[in-house]
Each structure stands twice: as C-alpha cells, then as structure tokens.
Design a protein around this ligand. Structure first.
Ligand code: ZN
Length: 253
C-alpha cells in the first residue's frame, strides 16, 4: 500500500473531501509548501507521515476539527495515529527556537527530536501527564462539570500532575482541590494519549473516604453523586473518561 500523509499547519489538520483527515500524496503538495515530515506509524500496511506545511502556504482543503475526527476514528490504531500526528504537528510549530539560547532548532540527526546547533540542547515531543479519576462509593459515583463542557455534560475529575509529584499524590490533591472530598484505595485502570494538546491521561478508580462534596467554583462548577440508573449526559465513547464510567455502569469497579 502507498504511504499516507497527514497534513497539518500551525497545529491544525486538514480535511479531505469526505470529511476525514487529509491523506494526500506528497507529490500533490508542492515541495515549497512542505516545511517538515515526521514518521507517525502504520495503519494496516500503510506507513503514515505527518507533513507540516510552511506558514502562510495555502492548500485547497478545509481545516479539520481534531476532536470530531477522533470521535469517529474507526479503531484504536487510527485513534493512536491521529493523536500522534496531531501532537507532532503541534510540537513542531511550538518548538521552532531553542528555549536556552534562542537559536533556531534543527532536526535531530538520529532521534525524533529537535536539536540546537548553538548550545546542543535537544527537545523531544512534549507529553504532559494528567490523572483522571472516577470516585466511587458503593452504588454511586462522583461526576462533575467544567464550565467548558457542553450544557448538561458531566464527567470524571481530572488534572495535571505537578512537577515532583507522583500520580497517586496528584489523585488525592486534585480531588480534594476540585470537590473537597478525600479518597482511599487509589487503583490504576489504564491510560490514553489525549492530544489537547499533548496530555497523557492516567486513569484511576478511587473510593470515597470522607468530606462534603463541594465544587471549587473555578475548575468545577457543579459536582454530584450519581447512581447507575440516573446518569447525566456523559462524555463521548472514545474518551478514557467514558471507559472509566462504563466500568462502573457494568458493575466492574
Ligand atoms: Zn540553544
């Protein structure tokens, strides 16, 4: 099978005529429009590459909404490939200059990285670990909504791991900060790459251990206990939050 190319520019991806992500042939994009090409992985037998267009270059395609594309990805492999391509496109655009000396960054000779000729600093694609947690208490669980959510949507609690912090400590801290309760028996579920813009979501379950459920009013505008037979509008099925909630709904937590 021919190689496929996912095309992006300044953190955006492009749509093809059918509304999927653009996988153009390299030849169909004029060479002067191409700034960089990164290997992404395989879908079936096709090698996937992310092409970053030069800033200011225009091609006759619509820009894609990454969240919409991921929501209709056909399988785990396609999700992973789109997520990785999006993160490489974003990383390339946000790391053009050395953070130490300000010199222009060049491709690393061996690694998938950028390299500063002036001071030798290497810069790898950035990944930001986050915890995402479903707190349970017997037949009920905590779901909360951020002001950024669509109306009526509730989800699991989540937050970035701070410098020097373990994932488990972040679970305790974030839950206490966001909704005021304490948890115990924190246990790992699974992880998911989340390219908005470069998170790695580490999924956990935790048991309620005390305190009054109270939203902080900043990151969380409302938090409630929910029973299996009376759930609110939930996150889309491709998100790890949905997988955590589904485990609870199935009685597997
Ligand atoms: Zn430098």
């Amino acid at each position: 099978m021919d190689d496929l190319y996912i095309v992006g520019s300044s953190g955006s991806m492009y749509l093809n005529a059918e509304g999927g992500y653009l996988h153009a042939s390299k030849e169909s994009l004029s060479a002067q429009n191409i700034e960089a090409v990164y290997p992404v992985g395989m879908i079936g037998e096709a090698a996937i590459h992310a092409i970053i267009l030069r800033r200011g270059s225009s091609i006759p395609f619509e820009k894609a909404n990454l969240r919409s594309l991921l929501s209709v990805s056909k399988n785990e492999q396609e999700y992973v490939t789109l997520s990785r391509a999006a993160q490489l496109i974003i990383w390339h655009n946000e790391h053009r200059y050395c953070g130490r000396c300000g010199h222009k960054m060049l491709h690393h000779a061996v690694d998938l990285a950028k390299h500063c000729e002036q001071c030798s600093l290497a810069q790898y694609p950035r990944i930001s670990p986050c915890i995402i947690v479903l707190v349970v208490d017997g037949d009920r669980c905590v779901l909360a909504r951020s002001p950024r959510f669509p109306p009526g949507r509730f989800s699991t609690l989540a937050g970035f791991i701070e410098a020097g912090e373990s994932a488990e400590a972040a679970v305790h801290r974030e839950i206490h900060e966001e909704v005021g309760i304490d948890v115990t028996n924190v246990r790992y579920f699974k992880s998911q790459s989340w390219p908005f813009p470069h998170s790695l979501m580490l999924g956990f379950f935790a048991d309620y251990a005390g305190g009054e459920l109270l939203a902080d009013g900043v990151e969380i505008e409302e938090a409630n206990w929910y029973y299996r037979d009376a759930m609110p509008d939930l996150p889309p099925s491709f998100a790890i939050s949905s997988a955590l909630i589904q485990q609870f709904l199935n009685g597997d937590v």
